[in-house]
Design a protein around this ligand. Structure first.
Ligand SMILES: Nc1nc2c(ncn2[C@@H]2O[C@H](COP(=O)(O)OP(=O)(O)OP(=O)(O)O)[C@@H](O)[C@H]2O)c(=O)[nH]1
Ligand SMILES: [Mg+2]
Length: 528
């Protein structure tokens, strides 16, 4: 590859760069005069207060395919944000770390099985890990598994994943098997040098869990926030790829060349662009985070308790929320990472108290921290909820391992202790396990599909919500000629009204927050 080819390839990694008649140049952003790395950041920094309108708990069909009763929260209403939307789309479209395209792929899965040492996986088997890798591949349309293999590796602490013999065997097998367009090495992250070495030896694309999961995310992303978070998670991949390209070219001394008197080498220049890009994405995400804060304070003002529904991917989180809220717009899918955007759904508890269920992105074992960190803005919502429901698929052979995994991720997300200790564990899919009995005390067995166990779950949720929000259940005597009753209907949850027609009064059972109760007493002082 000569310097022009290299430069073309490297620059093609970065959005907006093109070759002009005068050589390599940065193009300008499609929506302003700035260079292309302004994508994702606009001059509009003020918060759009229109966002709060989305919290109205209507069940009407929203815009842009918004599902009924669902609030994705980072979608904007006004035209004022359309430019930003376009920029995010552009950023998302252009920043593809590895061009896997939308076409068909025949994947060869290689699972390096570590038999001992620090990287050995406990609580699982190689076969189940391969099964999970197969599940990931099948999640992608037009992707199929051509072959799969488990190879023992005895050198887990060394740089090289495979011993010499195994590597040769693998290379022959890949070359001899027809229809392979990619090899999925089932490890968290491959080092840039391993990736390059494998691609050179095998002549096809080489993927690891990080890149496969990101590709799934990319396909499933709907909202601006998800797209930005994915773009951020892709930066490390772009960085590795850049390093690979440059190292490859280094033998020719290319990366040490200075660019047009700038005092920067190619590598330094590219790295700086990526850094700038990362900063811009982070600042866009920060603005979205601030909007979320605004939404949260609005919810708090409305006094709706918030229940976050979490769990391993495909365990049935969306299905459970659908069953609890009756929201027919929700679409559970037998896919990993079907849900990528935090959405909020209103439901009612037996006392008619309105609660908001937050549907969240699922977890997966051994997801690199960088990936989780990218989604921390979304997951921050969980920290501010009143209750967490941990859904488990008890029909899954890995259910115990999945639980361990979810709990360890929750810990790493610094979820407050009060939420961890009050967490409700729901054992889902009991219809697939004949005569299921929950072994853990306090766990609530249900089937989101057949709706078995939902009544009990509703009751447990209500008890815990009342406890965790410090709400009071009170019997208040109201004068029917005053606006007391209508005030209570508006500001609290009225459970029961017992009218005494002779006295023109009623005893009203309400669930009410302490702040609302204070306001009530101020407006309607006792003995007035
Ligand atoms: N048999 C049975 N299937 C269920 C049950 N709950 C969910 N499913 C199925 O499990 C699959 C995944 O359901 P989802 O609700 O999309 O799972 P999720 O946890 O939201 O998945 P992600 O968003 O991808 O993390 C779908 O095919 C559901 O129909 C259940 O109680 N019983
Ligand atoms: Mg889901």
């Amino acid at each position: 590859m000569n310097i022009h080819h290299l430069a073309k390839r490297v620059f093609s990694l970065l959005p907006g760069f093109h070759q002009t008649s005068r050589g390599l140049a940065a193009g300008t952003c499609s929506s302003c005069w700035k260079p292309p790395w302004c994508y994702g950041v606009t001059s509009q920094t003020s918060l759009n207060y229109n966002h709060t309108r989305r919290l109205t708990l209507s069940t009407s069909k929203g815009r842009r395919g918004e599902r009924s009763g669902e609030h994705t929260e980072d979608q904007d209403d006004g035209d004022g944000d359309s430019i930003e939307d376009a920029e995010v789309d552009e950023l998302f479209r252009q920043q593809v770390p590895k061009d896997l395209g939308d076409g068909e792929h025949g994947v060869f899965i290689v699972h390096p099985h570590v038999k001992w040492g620090g990287r050995k996986q406990y609580l699982t088997t190689a076969e189940l890990m391969v099964e999970e890798a197969v599940g990931l591949v099948k999640t992608l349309d037009n992707w199929r598994v051509v072959a799969q293999i488990i190879l023992s590796t005895k050198t887990p602490e060394k740089k090289k994943i495979f011993g010499k013999g195994n590597f040769q065997f693998l290379t022959e097998k890949i070359r001899q098997t027809p229809g392979i367009t990619a090899v999925f090495v089932n490890v968290d992250r491959l080092s840039p040098s391993s990736e390059r070495e494998f691609e050179e030896a095998w002549g096809v694309k080489v993927l690891d869990r990080y890149s496969v999961v990101l590709h799934i995310f990319r396909r499933n992303a709907r909202t601006r926030e998800a797209k930005l978070q994915i773009s951020l998670a892709e930066i490390p991949l772009l960085r590795s790829r850049l390093k690979n390209e440059i190292e490859n070219f280094d033998q020719q001394g290319g990366s040490n060349r200075y660019i047009g008197g700038s005092g920067e080498t190619q590598l330094e220049f590219q790295q700086r662009l990526l850094k700038e890009r990362e900063t811009k994405i982070r600042s866009s995400l920060e603005r979205l985070r601030r909007k979320r804060q605004l939404l949260r304070s609005h919810r708090k003002h409305k006094d709706f308790p918030v229940i976050s529904v979490m769990g391993y991917t495909n365990c049935g989180k969306t299905s459970l929320i659908k069953a609890l809220t009756g929201d027919r717009g929700l679409q559970p899918r037998d896919r990993l990472f079907a849900t990528l955007d935090v959405t909020v759904h209103a439901g009612q508890l037996p006392s008619h108290m309105t609660v908001l269920y937050v549907d969240t992105i699922g977890f997966l074992s051994q997801l690199p921290h960088q990936l989780i960190d990218s989604f921390s803005a979304t997951l921050e919502d969980v920290k501010h909820s009143d209750l967490i429901v941990h859904v488990r698929d008890v029909s899954h052979p890995e259910t115990v391992n999945q639980k361990v995994n979810v709990l360890s991720v929750l810990k790493s997300l610094q979820i407050p202790d009060r939420l961890l200790s009050s967490m409700i564990e729901v054992h889902n899919k009991i219809d697939l396990v004949p005569d299921y009995r929950a072994s853990e005390p306090g766990a609530v067995p249900v089937s989101a599909l057949t709706e078995q166990g939902l009544d009990r779950l509703h009751v447990v949720l209500e008890e815990e919500v009342v406890r965790s929000t410090g709400k009071l259940i009170l019997n208040l005597k109201v004068d029917l000629s005053s606006p007391q009753l209508s005030w209570l209907y508006r500001e609290a949850t009225v459970q029961n009204v017992n009218v005494d027609a002779d006295e023109g009064s009623a005893v009203v059972t309400v669930i009410i927050g302490t702040a609302a109760h204070g306001r009530y007493r101020k407006m309607f002082p006792p003995g007035r």
